[in-house]
Design a protein around this ligand. Structure first.
Ligand code: ZN
Length: 186
């Protein structure tokens, strides 16, 4: 009875060749074929004789006759299945937890992203405001500079005027003194 291996389903679990077997079955690798139990969905619990290699077994494969299959079903099968179920449950729980953690992390990252976006927006606004203020102050500074130049010019002009007035006054006083002297002599 030739069977087809279904690699997509649960893996094969090897069990030791059952005792009392008189015939030796040799697989394509030249090794003693062992009786194993199928854990695929289609052939759950069915016994077969196949290659003893766990990794890359050869194509040697024969289902045991059905009566042998039922009787030959290993006693440990329910335990193996239970153990497998528990392992899968644990893995599922672990993955569920990981998933929850990832969802939470994603949420946290989204929140952080939102905060950073807001901060960025605020900084952009601040930047715009500061740029405006800077421009305003530059204008004010230029106006003040112009005023200062004008004041400097005015100061220089008034200084000159003062100087001339001073000279005129001194000349006037001198002329007055001379005139008074002349009138006294007369
Ligand atoms: Zn083999």
């Amino acid at each position: 009875m030739q069977g087809v291996r279904d690699e997509s389903c649960l893996s094969w679990v090897a069990s030791t060749a059952s005792g009392g077997e008189s015939l030796q079955y040799i697989c394509d690798c030249g090794l003693t074929a062992v009786v194993q139990t199928s854990f695929t969905y289609q052939n759950m619990g069915k016994r077969f004789r196949g290659c003893p290699k766990l990794v890359k077994p050869c194509k040697y494969f024969h289902f045991l006759p059905s009566e042998e299959t039922i009787e030959g079903r290993p006693r440990e099968l329910p335990l193996i299945l239970k153990d497998r179920e528990q392992k899968l449950k644990r893995e599922n729980e672990k993955l569920s937890k990981e998933n929850t953690d990832l969802v939470q992390e994603t949420g946290n990252l989204k929140n952080e992203n939102d905060i950073l976006k807001n901060e960025n927006e605020t900084l952009k606004n601040d930047n715009g405001y500061l740029a405006n203020q800077c421009e305003l102050w530059m204008k004010k500074m230029k106006t003040a500079e112009k005023k200062l130049k004008k004041l400097d010019k005015d100061y220089r002009t008034s200084n000159k005027v003062n100087h001339i007035m001073c000279v005129v006054f001194v000349v006037f006083v001198a002329v007055l003194v001379i005139l008074v002297g002349v009138f006294r002599l007369m």
